[in-house]
Design a protein around this ligand. Structure first.
Ligand SMILES: [Ca+2]
Ligand SMILES: [Ca+2]
Length: 101
């Protein structure tokens, strides 16, 4: 029984996929994912794609501990890193609407 602690592995300059922490699942069974490795977890429902459903899921679960306890991962608006707000939801929506395949 070992419990891996991931503290100290966060390095904004590196892109080490294996060092990503998994966050508690939001509104489903799959943990959110940081698709592009910038430290923000835009795939809220963890299905591998960042789309409008992730915006909806974040909005629906905005007041839950799974979101607020990991506010830095959802600080899309680059505002207060200790609280996820509607502005973060709006910014995620903007990012998703502006990104194209
Ligand atoms: Ca990201
Ligand atoms: Ca998704």
């Amino acid at each position: 029984m070992s419990e891996p602690l991931c503290s100290g592995t966060e390095d904004p300059g590196s892109n080490d996929e294996e060092s990503l922490e998994s966050l508690p699942a939001i509104g489903g069974d799959d943990p959110p994912m940081d698709i592009d490795g910038d430290g923000l977890y835009e795939d809220i429902d963890g299905n591998g794609e960042a789309d409008i459903f992730d915006v909806q899921t974040l909005y629906d679960n905005l007041d839950t501990g799974a979101v607020q306890d990991n506010a830095e991962a959802y600080n899309f608006s680059d505002g207060d890193p200790t609280e996820v707000t509607i502005f973060d939801v709006q910014e995620l929506y903007k990012q998703i609407s502006s990104s194209s395949d």
